[in-house]
Write a protein that binds this ligand. Structure first.
Ligand SMILES: Nc1ncnc2c1ncn2[C@@H]1O[C@H](COP(=O)(O)OP(=O)(O)OP(=O)(O)O)[C@@H](O)[C@H]1O
Ligand SMILES: [Mg+2]
Length: 272
């Protein structure tokens, strides 16, 4: 395990990165007053890496993903996505937002294939690809169901399936498993690991679950309370594939303790 205060680990210019953020800052307006949300964020993910971000509620994690996805622009700082032209990020990144954005008038399969549809993949082959994955996503039997008839966890899985099917080089996942109970969540974490090991895409995961972050990641970033900055960067150099038995492994527990202590230092007094 290597853990570094973010001030040192943040100098990323030398890294051959798929995603690189340099001193990204963002201020919003609230009740007519400026609200600094992100303050000089530095972050990188190499091609094919799985990187997680944890931090107190309201520290700017979703804002950061919105910026990487091109839905929002920073006030200052740079974003570099390898292979994607500057300013052309929108639509080039697979993004599962925190709030599921399922269309109520589309059934499960038709919601899942939306990303493919937007890219002009013929309907029949996109539906076949979605149907092939229904079982693994725990959606078998619900292919024709509409979102109102699904549980919160199932809606999340449809949303997740849509992101995976969109088949981009970069996936941004904003708390993709938060609506699942512990058992389903553990199964999905294992499934996510195997999917990622076979696809080797670059993944940025935002999560509140420190076990999940360590279990899945090559590196975990801890953000400060708002305005969000990177406070700690922890490299997780545990061999893969990882089994959930790892959760009680002393090295795993030590990493978790390190992250929790950094997060705890931030949570007190954190407000949205
Ligand atoms: N469109 C907006 N207009 C004004 N303020 C906003 C907007 N979106 C987010 N904020 C504010 O920016 C801050 C960061 O929000 P953000 O959603 O990025 O936090 P977060 O870290 O994702 O939180 P959570 O863990 O609860 O999802 C919050 O104080 C929030 O109220
Ligand atoms: Mg959020």
């Amino acid at each position: 395990m290597t853990a570094e205060p973010a001030t040192q680990a943040e100098s990323t210019a030398h890294v051959d990165a798929k995603i690189r953020l340099d001193r990204v800052s963002k201020t919003r307006m609230r009740d007519g007053a400026p609200l600094p949300v992100l303050d000089g964020v530095r972050f990188f993910a190499r091609d094919g890496e799985f990187v997680s971000i944890v931090g107190p509620s309201g520290c700017g994690k979703s804002t950061l993903l919105n910026i990487i996805a091109g839905l929002d622009e920073p006030d200052s700082g740079e974003i570099h996505l390898d292979g994607i032209r500057p300013g052309k990020r929108l639509g080039q990144v697979g993004y599962m937002q925190q709030k599921d954005l399922l269309f109520p008038w589309r059934n499960v399969v038709d919601n899942a294939v939306m990303g493919l549809e937007l890219r002009g993949v013929p309907k029949r082959s996109s539906r076949e690809r979605a149907l092939d994955l229904m079982e693994s996503f725990g959606l078998a039997g619900f292919e024709s169901a509409y979102p109102h008839a699904l549980s919160g966890g199932m809606r999340q899985r449809v949303s997740f399936l849509r992101t995976v099917l969109a088949d981009q080089q970069i996936f941004l996942l904003d708390e993709p498993l938060s609506a699942l109970d512990a058992l389903n969540r553990a199964q999905m974490q294992e499934w996510m690991q195997h999917t990622w090991l076979s696809l080797r895409k670059t993944v940025v995961l935002v999560t509140h679950d420190v076990d999940e972050a360590v279990f899945l990641s090559d590196r975990v970033y801890v953000m400060t309370a708002r305005p969000g900055r990177m406070k700690l960067v922890l490299d997780v150099d545990l061999p893969r594939p990882r089994s959930l038995d790892l959760l009680t492994d002393p090295e795993f527990v030590a990493m978790k303790a390190r992250l929790l202590s950094a997060i705890r230092g931030e949570s007190v007094g954190a407000t949205r």
